[in-house]
Design a protein around this ligand. Structure first.
Ligand SMILES: [Zn+2]
Ligand SMILES: [Zn+2]
Length: 274
């Protein structure tokens, strides 16, 4: 079907006829064929703004490996978030052996490294860093800062805070931005709703479908070799200067371009300062 459609016919006036034939053929063969053909011919999203970048993949659905660098205090929350996001039709997150340590959380090409440690009084609770090359992510790290989660009697030392934050940051690891309004999703950008927003919502899955309902020529997911995006430290002065511009927002996003089309997108969940 797709071969027929994408074949050697170059005469523009016949395109309309082809579409009619295609639709009739699909109606006779059923919806799955239509979906297949659309997926093959669909164009990649254009632009490289926030929320249009995605993992490059030749196949949809695709497997996204989640490196397990978390200790026992986070395991169940990471597993839960993985199963929540894997309800998306386009992606299956799979927990695999970690490629780094919780403390260093170095990125690995083609996958997500999920980490926890006491990173100190950094001001952030959760941090997702998406290394990109053009429109495609090449490697991602997710970090949970136990300095705040493990504070005795602290506001984040709750089961719900961990459920929310794991769901939130793993959502970012797919390329999901914060929704424009607080939609009831765990990816909402209000910490005030942290205890109430513990799951993805339908709109998140629609966004994932928009991001991934096409096939790329360039494969970045599950690809261990190839050009690696700039390894910009979140704590570098230029990055920290960017964070100050975000001022009072609780969930910030910082784009640190390297100037050659690559760079790092950092989603930061700041702690509520008392
Ligand atoms: Zn693409
Ligand atoms: Zn966020």
């Amino acid at each position: 079907m797709a071969k027929h459609l994408g074949g050697r016919q170059r005469v523009r006036t016949r395109v309309a006829l082809q579409v009619v034939i295609f639709v009739i053929a699909c109606l006779s063969l059923g919806a799955p064929v239509l979906h297949e053909a659309v997926a093959q011919s669909g164009a990649a999203p254009t632009g490289s703004g926030l929320g249009s970048r995605h993992w490059g993949t030749r196949r949809v659905p695709f497997v996204l490996s989640m490196g397990d660098n978390v200790d026992g205090s986070w395991k169940q929350y990471v597993r839960r978030a993985i199963s929540q996001w894997s309800e998306a039709d386009e992606v299956d997150m799979v927990l695999v052996d970690g490629g780094t340590t919780g403390r260093t959380c170095r990125p690995t090409n083609g996958r997500v490294e999920v980490c926890n440690a006491d990173y100190g009084d950094t001001g952030w609770l959760g941090l997702t860093r998406l290394y990109y090359d053009g429109d495609h992510f090449t490697k991602v790290t997710v970090q949970f800062n136990d300095y705040y989660f493990n504070q005795s009697g602290g506001q984040y030392n709750t089961r719900k805070a961990r459920v929310h934050t794991a769901c939130h940051e793993l959502g970012h690891s797919l390329g999901l931005p914060h929704p424009p309004n607080s939609s009831g999703s765990c990816v909402n950008d209000s910490l005030d709703l942290l205890e109430e927003t513990l799951t993805p919502v339908r709109a998140n899955f629609e966004d994932i479908a928009d991001l991934y309902d096409h096939r790329d020529r360039q494969q970045t997911v599950n690809r261990s070799r190839g050009a690696s995006a700039a390894d910009t430290s979140f704590f570098a002065p230029e990055t920290l200067a960017g964070t100050q511009a975000d001022g009072d927002v609780q969930h910030g996003v910082i784009d640190t371009p390297a100037g050659d089309g690559s760079g790092v997108l950092s989603y930061v969940t700041w702690v509520n300062q008392p």
